[in-house]
Design a binder for this molecule. Structure first.
Ligand code: SF4
Length: 358
């Protein structure tokens, strides 16, 4: 569908983005974001991936104030999943034709770097049809400290073991004033960006995220977008941007809350600003199915994962669930053809409609 001329926008500057967000109403932002989405991605299609999260450990030495998932070393509720348990979860994913496992965990103080390399190699050999989307930048920065290798050395070892993509978690807001207050011992904004840029240079793709609605200013949200856009200009390695509001229950930030209105406006601004990103994922996991569907008219062209299991935002009492049939129905109701995709946004064979029509 051709974009209407009056909606076509030159690249926004930081100042223009601030002005647009403050001045434009919900519908103007939505219309502009939708026009950008129709230009950047297939206008007829909404994609999703059949995947599963596996959180291999919740033990973490970096207590982030917004995190209800982690346990400190020695805590009675701390765990590290055994290989058999990880395999059992991936077997279940394989049975339903899943193509991606998202491996993320806390920053465990004792597991050696070899544990992570061996896990990639073992899972790649056992499940060649499933992409291991693993270790967000804070984990990779932790591996650098554990191993004594350089950042590039760590990423090359994981690449040689078979890893090809990196989830964009742990970005929160890529401004150190915010990071120092929310997660003072976590990687800095520049370290997060360096992981992604180095990974892209090696050949990895990654997503990029933003968790907002806490102590950041609007200008800092836009700075976050600007820093992502600059890396993407150099590498082109980000596949998608995903934003979601903080889920603060069971955390010291309890009470901080952003509703659908601000979520939709923020996602729309992200779509408009990130003019070098092809895909925007809606966040049904945090916002629920209906707002996740509405987000398809506010710049998103992808519904993310079916996610058989989710442990991180559900620890903060955010427990939305869906399945493939429902995601397909949501896309169709919004006027799009649903398509299964890979981590790398290739279209895959879709399930029989009669199977998913329920
Ligand atoms: S967000 Fe990640 S790094 Fe921060 S406390 Fe939770 S598990 Fe640890």
């Amino acid at each position: 569908m051709p974009i209407r001329e009056e909606l076509r926008m030159p690249r926004l500057s930081v100042e223009e983005a601030l002005d647009l967000y403050e001045r434009a109403d919900l519908f103007e932002l939505g219309e502009r974001a939708h026009a950008a989405r129709m230009e950047r991605s297939n206008p007829n299609v909404v994609t999703y991936i059949v995947d599963r999260n596996v959180n291999y450990t919740n033990i973490c030495i970096t207590p982030c104030k917004f995190c209800a998932f982690y346990r400190t070393p020695g805590h009675s509720e701390g765990y590290v999943l055994a290989d058999q348990e990880i395999d059992r979860k991936i077997d279940e994913l394989a049975e339903i034709g899943g193509v991606q496992v998202l491996l993320q965990g806390g920053l465990h103080p004792e597991l050696p770097f070899a544990y992570y390399v061996n896990m990639i190699a073992r899972l790649k050999a056992k499940y060649p049809q499933i992409n291991i989307h693993a270790w967000s930048p804070p984990e990779i920065v932790h591996f650098v400290a554990l191993s004594g290798l350089s950042l590039e050395g760590v990423l090359r070892e994981l690449w040689d073991a078979g890893q090809r993509s990196i989830p964009g978690g742990g970005a929160e807001i890529l401004v150190d004033r915010v990071r120092r207050r929310l997660a003072p011992t976590k990687c800095s904004a520049q370290e997060w960006l360096d992981v992604m840029e180095t990974a892209h240079t090696i050949g990895y793709t990654s997503s990029a995220t933003m968790m907002f609605g806490h102590i950041e200013t609007l200008a800092e949200r836009i700075e976050h977008l600007e820093r992502l856009r600059r890396v993407q200009d150099r590498t082109g390695g980000f596949t998608a941007f995903i934003c979601w509001p903080i889920q603060s229950d069971n955390t010291p930030l309890r009470g901080m809350h952003v509703g659908p209105y601000e979520y939709l406006r923020t996602q729309a601004l992200g779509r408009i600003y990130l003019d070098n990103f092809n895909h925007i994922q809606s966040s049904w996991v945090t916002m629920g199915e209906k707002i996740g569907q509405l987000a398809l008219r506010f710049g998103a062209d992808d519904m993310g994962g079916t996610m058989m299991e989710e442990n991180v935002v559900s620890a903060a009492k955010c427990t939305h669930r869906t399945n493939e049939a429902r995601l397909r129905r949501l896309a169709r109701e919004a006027g799009f053809q649903p398509r299964r995709r890979s981590t790398f946004y290739e279209y895959l064979e879709d399930p029989q409609e009669e199977v998913v029509a329920a």
